[in-house]
Design a protein around this ligand. Structure first.
Ligand code: DGY
Length: 325
């Protein structure tokens, strides 16, 4: 009998075609009704699931019987209840590495846009405000040679540090659960406590995973520690930051600016951030280039097919199964 696969978000068209040629495919479609109800109904006899950006947990997976794998088209897996998946012996696979450089590029895009006020100056120019030479209100912050503090020196954090060190002659500080001498040494990156990093950095970039320890890690106290000229960038997950505290820090000019790709609630709607001229807001596009999204889709496809054909997928998230990377 053909195996059944649930596609729970929009995925790459070629991958969808390949899946349809191999399996019985059900695509969850928000236009035809409640997504969670569709998932609950379809998951009863499903063998695999693929997609991204959807909360999958005990509530909507309560009816699973033989589900073997959820293949996420993302590196982050905070949307999935891993403890429940472990309990049900369901593999969770993700797509690390292929998006590292692309996401680091976006971190720098945000850093530079926020530091040099790119979006507001773009609007200013287009609205015909350029009637005189620019004044102090249009001035930004220098980047070259400044101090860059990176919270989370994982793959993406290290790729950001490389850009700062080699491209912009920056002094690199990092904070991490443990020191990473092998990554830090070639970049002359210095380990700091979170407090020292926040106080000493001109630019602060958050690149940690979202977990119990990192939830609201950057709160009002953290913004109070940052320098008045500091630029804050978040490319990890919105819930790592207390968003209300960030809004207040920006409103009260406790920091110079912020560049954000992620938010506590996505898609971001009706936010106080929209009325601020010192924040750059992007719609969670860290990995969103054509090349990288293709690579992520292919990897997620491979993880899914491996599991359905009784091979252990390369990139398993569940700690209870041995992870090979
Ligand atoms: C990821 O892969 O986790 C990125 O945030 C893109 O969704």
């Amino acid at each position: 009998m053909q195996k059944k696969v649930i596609v729970f978000s929009q995925i790459d068209a070629e991958v969808l075609q390949k899946l349809q040629a191999q399996y019985q495919v059900v695509v969850i479609n928000p236009k035809i009704g409640d997504v969670n109800e569709q998932i609950q109904r379809e998951v009863v006899d499903a063998d695999g699931m693929i997609g991204a950006g959807r909360l999958l947990n005990e509530k909507n997976l309560a009816t699973v019987q033989k589900l073997k794998i959820i293949s996420s088209v993302s590196v982050g897996y905070d949307n999935y209840d891993v403890a429940y998946l472990n309990q049900k012996n369901i593999w969770l696979a993700n797509t690390p590495h292929v998006l590292t450089e692309t996401t680091a590029d976006l971190a720098f895009t945000l850093l530079m846009s926020a530091a040099r006020k790119v979006p507001s100056l773009d609007q200013w120019t287009k609205q015909g405000e350029w009637k005189r030479t620019v004044g102090t209100a249009e001035f930004g912050q220098d980047i070259f040679g400044k101090t860059l503090g990176i919270i989370g020196l994982g793959h993406i954090g290290e790729a950001i540090a490389r850009r700062g060190f080699h491209g912009f002659n920056m002094n690199i500080l990092y904070h991490n659960r443990r020191e990473k001498l092998e990554l830090a040494q070639p970049l002359n990156a210095q380990y700091r406590s979170l407090k020292d990093l926040l106080q000493q950095s001109d630019f602060v970039i958050v690149a940690v995973d979202l977990n119990a320890a990192s939830k609201a890690l950057i709160n009002a106290e953290a913004f109070n520690l940052m320098q008045k000229h500091a630029v804050f960038v978040n490319i990890s997950r919105g819930s790592v930051v207390d968003e209300q505290a960030l809004i207040e820090a920006l409103q009260q000019r406790k920091i110079f600016a912020a560049g954000l790709d992620v938010y506590q609630r996505e898609p971001l709607q009706d936010s106080a951030l929209f009325s601020l001229d010192n924040v750059v807001t992007l719609p969670h596009v860290g990995s969103a280039t054509a090349e990288t999204r293709q690579k992520m889709s292919n990897l997620a496809y491979q993880n899914l097919v491996d599991a359905l054909e009784d091979r252990v997928p390369r990139y398993l998230v569940n700690e209870k199964f041995s992870v090979v990377y």
